[in-house]
Design a protein around this ligand. Structure first.
Ligand SMILES: *[C@@H]1O[C@H](CO)[C@@H](O)[C@H](O)[C@H]1NC(C)=O
Ligand SMILES: *[C@@H]1O[C@H](CO)[C@@H](O)[C@H](O)[C@H]1NC(C)=O
Ligand SMILES: *[C@@H]1O[C@H](CO)[C@@H](O)[C@H](O)[C@H]1NC(C)=O
Ligand SMILES: *[C@@H]1O[C@H](CO)[C@@H](O)[C@H](O)[C@H]1NC(C)=O
Ligand SMILES: *[C@@H]1O[C@H](CO)[C@@H](O)[C@H](O)[C@H]1NC(C)=O
Ligand SMILES: *[C@@H]1O[C@H](CO)[C@@H](O)[C@H](O)[C@H]1NC(C)=O
Ligand SMILES: *[C@@H]1O[C@H](CO)[C@@H](O)[C@H](O)[C@H]1NC(C)=O
Ligand SMILES: *[C@@H]1O[C@H](CO)[C@@H](O)[C@H](O)[C@H]1NC(C)=O
Ligand SMILES: *[C@@H]1O[C@H](CO)[C@@H](O)[C@H](O)[C@H]1NC(C)=O
Ligand SMILES: *[C@@H]1O[C@H](CO)[C@@H](O)[C@H](O)[C@H]1NC(C)=O
Ligand SMILES: *[C@@H]1O[C@H](CO)[C@@H](O)[C@H](O)[C@H]1NC(C)=O
Length: 711
């Protein structure tokens, strides 16, 4: 009754204030909000969202399809925590079909496609194969489900017209299906127009005209955030599966209160359950500790990625206690990040950082946070959430372009070696052709389409220590085929009778551990017929064991001198040189960032049963040369006699250091003698010096392996 007497504007004001109070807990209200339960006549509720049965749809959304097939299943075995109803029906499309939706608000929209395969009459949805496109972007291309769990594909399209047409195209002789479809407006601030690249000094990446696909959305602190608990209905998965090693990581999984401010990110950027939990580095035991926490993500080659880091200092009660580095692969995403500075000295206040990785040169993206060398603060590092979004490429594709990732069938360079040409010149030509005169080519990965799953341990296979012991007859000394700085190499036989070489590292050195990791990483991403391939590894019980294909004919070195192998003919030597040059050339140019081997020598070139050469031992490999301009941390590594003098002096690593070492190998092949041979007269001890001397005197032929003379 009282209210009747309150003037209207006062009432409005009062209502507004109440609304304002409630507003803090109100969810974002999307303008366009299409939630469709495909193939069903009934609505399905997911949390507080209602997916409309397609017979309840109004004229704002039109499905044009030549043939309507509604599939259903009674299966109750849907392994999903929240809406099984959504996945009990599907629309099947046997020919090209379109959804045409009216768009009220221009700008970014989620497009989420839900898939859950079941069997309906003659349709086994697991066999469906199809493409989906929208605007001018290919979202899915000859897509097939590979698992029995519901799959949600999530995209962000920037829609600038009043209509969105989503086209579903079955691949030839197949069909398509959809269990549910979402097209929903997102807040304008969610995706910026342009973002700074992390791996080049180039200009910002313009995102306005690009489509994005969420490939990973991770909540640090190892807890799931369900779509119902996120105002934009996103799902955040726990991070443990992406950590390779987590003995230094602490999960803070009970959400702490988060202080959202007017200037900082909103709950739409990430909800409190993301900012309120974290994974952080536990350095309590050692304040001098200098380490990184690293998460590993399998990504598709050849795409750019938008990476968003979510931070919120929920550890400290005071500002200014936290400073750390943030990396993507080996690039700084942020050096000495001081969170307090970003949050106006408030603790528990969120901050996010966007960067673009403009070239995925391996199919693994790593994200690290690590202690900063700034000693004024206690060493620590943390991360609260992470999103990795694939950016559509120049062809408007978001799905793997399987064709472009196939290795080129042609040899890279047509190399014609005239037999009549003098030996020395051939070597020079070889070196030139492979390393200098050839224009750089784009990637040709041979193994890029291998299956992608979460986690990082799918590089080759992870073997149990028991299996290794069995394969090597409990590390029988009589099976040792090599000994190096890293440890011993055994010949082994696996369960399935495959012969393998098993390298067992000395587990006590930190250096060894780095080399172990580098080698696994390199060999699992760089596959080539002239690079030795990794079969698996074992890291149980602090072991560092690598399992390679067995190379029957041992090292190139052992064929040149000192062992009982029969002499190699000139032709065989040439083929070995060409092969190993190809392997090295691939390392240098097979990806956007070239890989420098750093330990090229005749003992690291192995020969298979056909005496085909394969380059081995990637423990010291590095990407280069750009990174080393920023930190001069790299100690000089390599083998005596093969080291590039320029690298020794300037400590700057480039591919040319490998070229130098390879040149030494070429001389070794030509001379048939060790690079350093103390048993020879002093002037001849160092092969390279000796060769230079003879060259000056014009007596090159004195160098040549006597076994080659007159052949
Ligand atoms: C049609 O339904 C959608 C939700 O599915 C709604 O956003 C839109 O406003 C409706 N349009 C009309 C004209 O009723
Ligand atoms: C489905 O939901 C819509 C919108 O909320 C409603 O209009 C319709 O009556 C519902 N249909 C059924 C069968 O519940
Ligand atoms: C599928 O739907 C039809 C028609 O609504 C119904 O008769 C049938 O029982 C349903 N089948 C399953 C497996 O739910
Ligand atoms: C779907 O849309 C495309 C392009 O807009 C058009 O070429 C095609 O005919 C449409 N198909 C159907 C079944 O409406
Ligand atoms: C459907 O296809 C999947 C994958 O090929 C297969 O594993 C499954 O057995 C098939 N189901 C039926 C009922 O044929
Ligand atoms: C698709 O591309 C064509 C040609 O590049 C362009 O004219 C058209 O506007 C684009 N359509 C949309 C929806 O962006
Ligand atoms: C992390 O989360 C996963 C999935 O919920 C769970 O299986 C695992 O035990 C958790 N790990 C830790 C250390 O809490
Ligand atoms: C949250 O931030 C505001 C400033 O935006 C500050 O006044 C308030 O004290 C903070 N609350 C807590 C719990 O830190
Ligand atoms: C959502 O998160 C809040 C904490 O931020 C928590 O209290 C609540 O239980 C969560 N709800 C669900 C459905 O997970
Ligand atoms: C942390 O990772 C970065 C990037 O890969 C690397 O440069 C740095 O050396 C690492 N720090 C430690 C202590 O391992
Ligand atoms: C953050 O750092 C910048 C540069 O050092 C400084 O200008 C600015 O005042 C700092 N802001 C806060 C809130 O400390």
């Amino acid at each position: 009754m009282m209210i009747m007497y309150i003037p209207k504007f006062k009432l409005c004001f009062w209502l507004l204030s109440v609304l304002c109070l409630i507003n803090c807990s109100l969810e974002f209200d999307p303008t366009d909000n299409y939630l469709i339960n495909c193939g069903s006549s009934t609505n399905a509720s997911v949390g507080n969202r209602v997916f409309l049965g397609d017979s309840n749809l109004n004229s704002s959304i039109v499905l044009s399809t030549p043939q309507k097939i509604r599939a259903n299943t009674s299966s109750s075995s849907i392994p999903f925590s929240y809406s099984s109803d959504l996945y009990k029906t599907a629309e099947i499309y046997t020919e090209i079909s379109n959804y045409t939706l009216s768009v009220t608000k221009h700008g970014r929209h989620w497009v989420r496609l839900h898939f859950f395969p079941f069997v309906y009459q003659s349709y086994n949805l697991s066999h469906a194969k199809f493409s989906v496109s929208g605007l001018n972007f290919t979202l899915l291309r000859d897509f097939q489900l590979t698992e029995d769990n519901p799959v949600i594909k999530e995209y962000l399209l920037n829609i600038a017209s009043d209509k969105l047409v989503l086209t579903i195209t079955p691949s030839s002789k197949s069909f398509a299906f959809l269990n549910a479809l979402e097209v929903v407006s997102v807040p304008d601030e969610l995706i910026p127009d342009s973002v700074k690249p992390v791996d080049s000094a180039g200009s910002n990446e313009n995102l306005v005209n690009q489509a994005l696909e969420t490939v990973f959305r991770v909540n640090m602190g190892n807890t799931t955030v369900n779509p119902q608990n996120d105002t934009l209905s996103r799902e955040w998965v726990p991070d443990e599966a992406f950590l390779k090693s987590h003995n230094l990581v602490q999960f803070l999984s009970n959400p702490k209160p988060v202080n959202y401010t007017k200037v900082g990110p909103t709950k739409e950027i990430a909800p409190p359950s993301v900012y309120g939990t974290a994974s952080w580095l536990n350095t309590e035991r050692d304040p001098t500790l200098n380490v990184n926490v690293t998460w590993y993500f399998n990504v598709d080659l050849g795409f750019k990625y938008l990476v968003r880091f979510h931070f919120c200092d929920i550890i400290n009660n005071q500002p200014g206690q936290l400073m750390f580095n943030v990396f993507i692969n080996s690039w700084y995403a942020y050096k000495h990040l001081d969170l307090s500075n970003k949050t106006s000295n408030l603790v528990a206040s969120p901050y996010y950082l966007d960067v673009v990785l403009s070239e995925s040169h391996v199919d693994m993206l790593t994200v690290s946070v690590g202690t900063s060398s700034d000693t004024s603060v206690y060493p620590n590092a943390m991360l609260n959430g992470l999103e990795i979004m694939k950016i559509s490429n120049s062809k408007g594709l978001l799905d793997v372009d399987a064709e472009s990732l196939k290795p080129s069938s042609k040899a890279k360079t047509g190399l014609i070696v005239g037999v009549a040409v003098g030996a020395v010149f051939i070597f020079m030509v070889l070196a030139l052709v492979f390393f200098m005169a050839v224009r750089r080519r784009k990637r040709t990965y041979s193994d890029a389409t291998k299956n992608k799953s979460n986690g990082a341990t799918e590089s080759g296979y992870r073997f149990s220590f028991a299996a290794i012991k069995k394969a090597t007859n409990n590390f029988d000394e009589s099976l040792v085929i090599g000994v190096g700085g890293f440890g011993k190499v055994y010949k082994g036989v696996l369960e399935d009778n495959t012969e393998v070489a098993i390298k067992r590292g000395n587990s006590d050195s930190q250096q060894g551990l780095n080399e172990f990791r580098t080698e696994i990483e390199m060999l699992s991403h760089f596959r080539h017929r002239h690079l030795v391939s990794l079969i698996g590894y074992c890291d149980e019980q602090n072991e560092m064991i690598l399992i390679y294909e067995y190379m029957v004919n041992g090292t190139l070195k052992s064929h040149l001198y000192g062992a009982d192998y029969p002499n190699l003919s000139w032709k065989q030597r040439l083929e070995i040189c060409v092969g190993s040059a190809r392997g090295l050339y691939y390392l240098h140019t097979g990806s956007a960032k070239s890989i420098i081997h750093r330990d090229v020598k005749s003992a690291n070139i192995l020969l298979d049963e056909n005496r085909m050469a394969k380059v081995a031992d990637f423990g010291l490999s590095k990407t280069g040369p750009d990174i080393d301009h920023t930190h001069v941390s790299t100690a000089v590594k390599g083998s005596f006699g093969y080291l590039d003098p320029e690298y020794l002096i300037r400590q700057q690593l480039t591919e040319k250091s490998d070229v130098y070492s390879f040149g030494v190998v070429l001389f070794e092949v030509l001379c048939g003698r060790p690079v350093i041979d103390p048993s020879l007269p002093r002037e001849k001890v160092n092969m390279v010096e000796w060769a230079m001397k003879l060259q000056k005197k014009g007596e090159f032929e004195k160098l040549i392996d006597p076994n080659l003379k007159a052949k």
